[in-house]
Ligand binder design. Structure first.
Ligand code: GAR
Length: 197
């Protein structure tokens, strides 16, 4: 069984997609061993609790310095002994130490077709605002391994999604989640859990 730790910052619809896919058997050989949120009071924590997955908050606001936060975050991650760390809307820069320690064991979902609309400053709704401002007709989502750059690691899966006339960032975000993100992330976990990568 692949021990999967999911890291989140907000609503957790991708976390929910993973929980549902493990429950339904769409994702096999996988145990969700924990959820870490960097924010208090987010819906992700309720989703984890409902699914009976241990969850906790590790917030930078509770530490005097970034180094202290990073050390504590890595300590908490280690405590779950994960085989795979899934960044499911985790909007925190991953400490270098963690990337070194978990090389090729951290994956991220990004809401665009990398290399478009990615890198520093492109996260959440900002990605969709930029895509609409540029006038692209197709966007999508990407699952990739995490390396020391921002959204630069090897690509695992991508799916294109149509941009429609009159889309707002919110409408486009939702379509990309429904048509791409919620499918790709469970699929990538299943591939890794079953040695297909
Ligand atoms: C998702 O759209 C995810 O792709 C994005 O944040 C959202 C989280 O939603 N991640 C990034 O932008 C990473 N750069 P969720 O909390 O409902 O899963």
């Amino acid at each position: 069984m692949l021990r999967v730790l999911v890291m989140v910052s907000g609503g957790g619809t991708n976390l929910q997609a993973i929980i549902d896919a493990v429950k339904s058997g769409e994702v096999t050989n996988t145990e969700l061993v924990g959820v870490i949120s960097n924010n208090y009071g987010v819906k992700s924590l309720d989703r984890a609790a409902l699914a009976g997955i241990p969850a906790e908050v590790c917030s930078a606001k509770d530490f005097a310095s970034r180094d202290e936060f990073n050390d504590r975050l890595l300590e908490r991650v280690d405590s779950y002994k994960p085989d795979l760390i899934v960044l499911a809307g985790f909007l925190v820069v991953i400490p270098e130490k963690m990337i070194d320690k978990y090389e090729n064991k951290i994956i991220n979902i990004h809401p665009s077709l990398i290399p478009s609309f990615c890198g520093t400053g492109y996260y959440g709704l900002k990605v969709h605002e930029a895509a609409l401002a540029r006038g692209v007709k197709v966007s999508g989502a990407t699952v990739h391994f995490v390396d020391k750059g921002t959204d630069t690691g090897p690509i695992i899966l991508q799916k294109a999604v149509e941009v429609k006339k009159g889309d707002t960032p919110e409408v486009l975000q939702r379509r990309i989640m429904e048509e791409a993100e919620w499918k790709l992330l469970p699929q990538a976990i299943d591939m890794i859990a079953n040695g297909k990568l």
